[in-house]
Design a protein around this ligand. Structure first.
Ligand SMILES: C[S@@+](CC[C@H](N)C(=O)[O-])C[C@H]1O[C@@H](n2cnc3c(N)ncnc32)[C@H](O)[C@@H]1O
Length: 276
């Protein structure tokens, strides 16, 4: 495996910070080396210095970072861990709010969607609430992420069973197809549920074109990768897409969120956007 020099590590981390807001401290050098090293070998690139040259080269076709080696590097350096009904207290809060308000419409954004587990968990919840007459049929979800790789997985909606360990047997039966033979151990979200969720690429560190406004926005377990200034910018940018009175979530382990938008704390990682 090639050696990652300190100065080259700094070049890579600066680039990742500029392009994706990703913040790597010096202690993350082994992680960066181990995630990018196999890619160098796969491409037959002799050194990390040569690889830096590749990721800094403009993308063919001129469409920014999409489709370039830079995008591949971002994909490799982002951590995409996620699973269904992660941090269940947030789902309970959303469920109680919907049961109380019985909205006719509901528009929700999963802003660091990874493989879509969060968006499809919400889709299962909303489909159940609609069935119970607590929610109208005009509900929809948008899942966005910087990584094309995870978004491709999200659109397919195929998962190892273990990722759905917190899904009730009724929901597994109602909303999933279960693989057999070569697909044993895999489940796929049913087309009816999948069609409720759209996925698209969005870099939270770039200006956001009009997406919303949404009733609920989840920005969970992504802020941990940004430095303090980027966190604040990202949170305020994302909150421009949330309706006043709407619910906003970050990961429960992500601490207090610093931002300029007024928020009312509801529970760990859960807030209501106040009218300004
Ligand atoms: C750990 S996952 C969180 C998934 C889900 N929200 C959850 O809580 O289970 C973090 C996701 O943030 C995405 N991400 C990292 N930097 C990003 C950026 N600048 N813009 C958009 N997404 C980003 C990563 O690709 C990754 O899929």
């Amino acid at each position: 495996m090639q050696t990652l020099r300190d100065d080259t590590f700094q070049t890579i981390t600066s680039l990742m910070r500029e392009q994706a807001g990703l913040h790597f401290t010096d202690s993350k050098k082994p992680l960066v080396s181990s995630r990018l090293g196999p890619r160098l070998q796969h491409l037959g690139v002799a050194s990390f210095e040569d690889y830096v040259g590749m990721i800094m080269a403009p993308a063919e076709g001129g469409d920014g970072d999409n489709g370039s080696e830079l995008q591949v590097a971002i994909d490799l350096l982002t951590t995409n861990e996620t699973y269904f009904f992660r941090e269940p207290a947030h789902y309970e809060l959303i469920e109680n709010e919907v049961k109380r308000d019985k909205p006719k419409t509901l528009s929700v954004w999963s802003a660091a969607a990874s493989y879509g587990d969060e968006a499809y968990s919400l889709a299962m919840l909303f489909a159940d609430l609609q069935k119970q007459g607590r929610l109208g049929d005009q509900w929809s979800l948008l899942g966005t992420d910087i990584s094309d790789r995870v978004l491709r997985g999200a659109v397919q909606g195929v998962y190892p069973q273990d990722r759905l360990r917190a899904v009730t047997p009724e929901r597994l039966h109602r909303y999933c197809w279960h693989g057999e033979g070569a697909a044993e151990g895999l489940v796929q979200i049913t087309p009816k549920l999948r069609e409720r969720v759209r996925f698209g690429r969005l870099n939270l560190c770039h200006p956001i074109e009009d997406l919303g406004p949404f009733d609920i926005v989840l920005l969970r377990n992504v802020l941990i990768y940004f430095d303090a200034a980027t966190k604040r910018e990202v949170v305020d940018r994302v909150l421009t897409q949330l309706k006043p009175g709407g619910l906003f979530f970050i990961g429960t382990a992500e601490g207090r969120v610093a931002c300029n938008t007024p928020l009312q704390p509801l529970a760990p990682g859960a807030f209501r956007k106040l009218a300004t």
